[in-house]
Write a protein of this length. Sequence first.
Lengths: 159, 418
Amino acid sequence: MDETTLLDSGLMTHALDLRPQAPIKLIIQQSTAVLCPLVATRVFAGFPSPAEDWTEGRLDLNEYLITHPNATYYVRVAGDSMSDEICEGDLLVVDRACEARDGDIVVARVATEFTVKRLRKRNGQMRLEAANPAFSSLILDEDSDVEIWGKVLWSIRRH
Amino acid sequence: MTIFALCDCNNFYVSCERVFDPRLIRRPVVVLSNNDGCVVARANEAKVLGINVGEPVFQIKDLIKKHDIQVLSSNYSLYADMSYRVMGVLRDFASRIEVYSIDESFRQLNQRDRDLSGLGRAMRTEIYRQTGIPVSVGIAETKTLAKVANHLAKKSQTANGVLDLTSSQYHDCALERTPIDDVWGIGPRYAKKLIAQGITTARQLRDLDLKWVRENLTVVGARTVEELRGHSCLALEYCVPAKKSLTCSRSFRRAIENRTELREAVSSFTVRVGERLRSSRLAASVVTVFAETSRFAAGHHYSNARTVSGCATDTTSELLRRSLACVDAIFKPGERFKKAGILLSDLVPISPLTGRLFDEPEWHRSRALMRVVDRINANFGRDTVTFAGCGQRPRWQTKFERRSPRYTTNWDEILVIA
């Protein structure tokens, strides 16, 4: 593996981090904020640790939530047009690399504003539907100035 | 034969802003330099209004009002992150790319890839899909020609962002349409010299006698001519060459007229550049400080620089001793300083164990202190601990009054959507 592959896979930052006091300038990326050792670093004076051969990286939530790191953005929800599915204050994990299909929740640009809605594709017609019945849907045609900005993969809420 | 592709983001800073603020789409937008001084990036809609890069913002006040131009401070945290994303997508296409600047990178293509423009279009589509940044791709036999192709890909309607110059019938026409000062490697001085000789296009440059070129434009010029002829002289550079110098400079929001304030400003630059020096594991022996008054004020302009050298060092305290000595030599009462900066040169690699012949204990104490300070600042944020000489609430500090939120690097500033 060359350096770029190592960096891409995240192995490089792990490896560097094992050096004491290394003033590493991590390039901003969404990967692995919590870095865990790949090997046990403590050396026991008496008996070697029986767990030595079994050390693994700790579970990483980024790995679970993010498929395309370069295309993943975070968005905060304001308003209740998608309640009860998505609530005000939720943190959305938005992936621009995923293709949005019928039924997906998306972030869309409608003219000069962003909105979070459910995408409906039926009989060649596309609609942006609110989950909250108090809001009307937006029917899209060739003339609408609408762009699907990204697909909402996760909404994160603190309970 | 190798083939190069140059992928260049269109109006990168403006494009980054537009990804997160749709109100900026299809409107004239400019991004300003540090301190909101000059224009550093323009949307196409602002280019057609005749706004140039480098123009001081006060000189285009009327244009801004008349055309309702959107003016933004530079948001470097955003641009750096978006650049990293764009390069990341490109790495999915080719594991080895040369990141040439924040918004440009080269990669090599295989001759086996028969549909080169198809590949270029795929890169363009994928980068836009994942990041929202539009790019142009120029493809040719040499890096210099790939640059030419990229320029034209941006300008030409039919190219639609991708131009493959390897089919040679376009070569002459493309070079004909490239002004001499747009040729990669031809600086303003050579451009002037060539234009004086009646050589105004890349095609004319290519067809010059190599001997004449070597005599008048040195081997560097000759290499450019060879590259324009399709003979590759410049390979991809995967590794960043070791830094030869480090610099930090700013223009001031308000002119500085007293010595203490100038010392504070230069101290802050010294602290910054010292951090970068240590994170690169380098030490510097030569410290140069420069300061100048406004270039735009009528008549009088004062500009001066001083250099102090000594043992190679990487501690901020030693750097400060030298940089402040420079300030004292440069400062002149009555001058209104608008810009200053520091340059460290003669850089050498250094390790934690590097010793000193004379002041050994002092040297090790001072370096240990810097390590602690750097770690505190890395954990708790820039300037948590700093030198008192930097001043408390500096009035000269950079202004970013119209900076957009740092959408991708700060939790408090992410996009909010209703």
